[in-house]
Design a protein around this ligand. Sequence first.
Ligand SMILES: NC(=O)c1ccc[n+]([C@@H]2O[C@H](COP(=O)([O-])OP(=O)(O)OC[C@H]3O[C@@H](n4cnc5c(N)ncnc54)[C@H](OP(=O)(O)O)[C@@H]3O)[C@@H](O)[C@H]2O)c1
Length: 297
Amino acid sequence: MKRILITGATGNVGTAVIHSLCALDKTSEIIAAVRKPERAKSRFSLFPNVQYRRFDFEDPRSFQAAFADIDTLFLLRPPQISDVETYFRPLLQAAKEQGIEKIVFLSVQGAEKSTVIPHNKIERLIQSMHIAYIFVRPSYFMQNLTTTLRPEIIHHRTITLPSGKAKFNWIDVENIGEASAVLINSFDQFRNQALEITGTENRSFGEVAELMSQVIQTDIKFTSINPIRFYLRKKKEGLESGFALVMTILHFLPRLQKEPAISGNFQQLTGKSPTTLSVFLKREKEKLIPSPTDSKL
Ligand SMILES: NC(=O)c1ccc[n+]([C@@H]2O[C@H](COP(=O)([O-])OP(=O)(O)OC[C@H]3O[C@@H](n4cnc5c(N)ncnc54)[C@H](OP(=O)(O)O)[C@@H]3O)[C@@H](O)[C@H]2O)c1
């Protein structure tokens, strides 16, 4: 039986990958690599066949047992971990020593063009270690609106980013899960390839704020901010420096680049069309308005 280990299993993408993989692959053992197995079990209660192993990116002593007898590793970079040499080199060495032969790595669209971002360094590290890989390079997550950007949206009805009029390509994380599940399942067909996974819409934050305002019937205002001020603001809010920097680069860099390319990979892999922003916003509408459990800011 094949064993597939999913890192970041409790996060946006990891959860979506597990859901899609459980539906697609009934024969492999699907194992969630998590810091707290007991807590994670409640998250996947609808998937009783999912197994759990303790795994901590920041604790190399957890690698050997987590990687034992694994065929395919779905690897992602948790947002707060940016130091590739400290965390990913030992991890990849341990994966190789334990005989892991296939890695599906969650990268980012355009990773090949920017040597400063950690995803680029991780991609190159995997290649240099001669482990067979697939790089999944998704565009900008629609779910950023309902996670990292949500507090400002619900409490202030604003979105403040250093993105100006830059257009982003918007992808639903559920679609990334569906595409990744196909890639894990048909690894040999896509071995050593990098695939962009995008939606069909390139929209600026101003346009998305307008669309959101219509869907939730509340005026949401977008303001563009100087990137240095944005970085300092995120630090002041308590974000770790590396994370604040990646967030700044992610939202500023598109101003200096061409509009993102739109790829047909999602449709080719799954036979479906990607979620549109309008469908996403209607589906997630409840998350964009304050709930009684939201604290006041
Ligand atoms: N946001 C975007 O638009 C975008 C676009 C393209 C690519 N990406 C990339 O996608 C990745 C983030 O994916 P995501 O949104 O799914 O992340 P996420 O929702 O923040 O989830 C992070 C996951 O990593 C786990 N984790 C964090 N620290 C850990 C540690 N020390 N040991 C073990 N597990 C740990 C978390 O587990 P716990 O439950 O234990 O915290 C959680 O399961 C990043 O590399 C980002 O650059 C993002």
